[in-house]
Design a protein around this ligand. Structure first.
Ligand code: GDP
Length: 294
C-alpha cells in the first residue's frame, strides 16, 4: 500500500540527511520535493499546495526553536499535516436507531456489495442483529452475490427479485427489519460505471423514502483523482456521512486517501484492503500517516 508515495517522500527527506541544521534553503528544496511526491501520488493539486505551504511555514517557525535533526523535524511536521489532512481522528458510523438504516452508494465495481457483506460481518461480531438488502434492480447477479455473502457470514438478506422498484424494496426492507427486531439494516444500491442522472435520482429517492441513519459512499482508491471527483458528485447530491475507501491493497499512490477528506469535507470511516470478509478496518488517519512515512 502506498509504496510509490513512501519512496518519493523518503527521497525528499534524504536531501536533508547529514545536514546539521535546517535552513531556509533546505526547507525550500525539501518542500518542493514533498509537493512533487504528493502530486505524483495523484493528490489534488490545490490540496498538495495547501499542505506543503503549511509544512513550510511550520518548518520555518520551528527551525530555530528545536534542537532535533532536520530530517526528524520534517518527518514529524509532515506526519502531523497528513494526519490532519485525512481527518485527524477515526470517526464512527452511527448505528443507533431501531433499526439503524445504513445506505451504501457508489459506482459499479467500487466494492459496495463486498463492503456491505464485510460491514454486516463486522457488526454481527459485535453482537448486532443485522439484515442486508439487495436494492440493485438492474443486475440480477447483484442479488445472488449478496445472498452468497449473506450465507457465508450468517446474515439475513432481504431481496425482491421480481420487483424493479428500488425505492419500494428499500422501504419494505426497513419495515421487515423493524418487524424482525433487527438492530441494523444495510441497503446495497445499484451503481453505474460513471456518475449518471438516473442512478443519482434513484439513490436520492431511496434516501428520501427511508431517511437513513448514515449514508456511506464507497469508492475505489486506485482511481485517484477520479475517486475524489466522484465523491464530490455524490456528496453534492446526497450529502453523505462518510467515505469507505476500497482496494487500498492495490493502491501504490494514495492520492484518493490523501485528498478526499479535504475536497468533500467528509471523513473516511472504513478502509478495505482485500476481497475477503475480514479485510476491513476502521480508518485511522494517524496510523495511515505513519504508514505513508514508513
Ligand atoms: P460493486 O459493484 O460496487 O458492488 O462492487 P463489488 O463489491 O462487486 O466489487 C467489485 C470487485 O472488486 C469484486 O471482484 C470484489 O471482490 C473486488 N473488491 C472489493 N473490495 C476490494 C478490496 O478492498 N480489494 C480488492 N483487491 N478487491 C476488492
Amino acid at each position: 500500500m502506498f509504496e510509490s508515495l513512501q519512496d518519493k517522500l523518503s527521497g525528499a527527506f534524504k536531501t536533508l540527511k547529514g545536514k546539521g541544521r535546517i535552513t531556509d534553503v533546505n526547507i525550500a528544496a525539501t518542500v518542493k520535493e514533498i509537493r512533487r511526491a504528493l502530486i505524483d501520488a495523484d493528490v489534488n493539486y490545490k490540496v498538495a499546495k495547501e499542505v506543503t505551504d503549511r509544512v513550510k511555514q511550520e518548518a520555518l517557525d520551528r527551525k530555530v526553536k528545536v534542537a532535533v535533526e532536520p530530517g526528524q523535524l520534517f518527518t514529524k511536521i509532515v506526519q502531523d499535516e497528513l494526519t490532519h489532512l485525512m481527518g485527524g481522528t477515526a470517526k464512527n458510523v452511527n448505528i443507533t436507531g431501531s433499526p439503524a438504516v445504513i445506505l451504501i452508494a457508489g459506482l459499479q465495481g467500487s466494492g459496495k456489495t463486498t463492503f456491505s457483506g464485510k460491514f454486516a460481518s463486522y457488526l454481527k461480531k459485535q453482537g448486532k442483529q443485522v439484515m442486508l438488502t439487495a436494492a440493485d434492480v438492474y443486475r440480477p447477479a447483484a442479488i445472488t452475490q449478496l445472498q452468497v455473502l449473506g450465507e457465508q457470514i450468517g446474515v439475513d438478506v432481504y431481496a425482491e427479485p421480481d420487483n424493479k422498484n428500488a425505492v419500494d424494496i428499500a422501504r419494505n426492507a426497513v419495515a421487515e427489519a423493524k418487524s424482525k427486531g433487527k438492530n441494523i439494516v444495510i441497503i446495497d444500491t445499484a451503481g453505474r460505471l460513471a456518475v449518471d442522472e438516473i442512478m443519482m435520482q434513484e439513490v436520492e429517492d431511496i434516501k428520501k423514502a427511508i431517511n437513513p441513519t448514515e449514508i456511506l459512499f464507497v469508492v475505489d482508491s486506485m482511481t485517484g483523482q477520479d475517486a475524489v471527483n466522484t465523491a464530490k458528485a455524490f456528496n453534492d447530491r446526497l450529502n453523505f456521512d462518510g467515505v469507505v475507501l476500497t482496494k487500498l491493497d492495490g493502491d501504490a499512490r494514495g492520492g484518493a486517501a490523501l485528498s478526499v477528506k479535504a475536497v468533500v469535507d467528509k471523513p473516511i470511516k472504513f478502509m478495505s484492503t482485500g476481497e475477503k470478509m475480514e479485510d476491513l478496518d476502521i480508518f485511522h488517519p494517524d496510523r495511515m500517516a505513519n504508514r505513508i512515512l514508513g
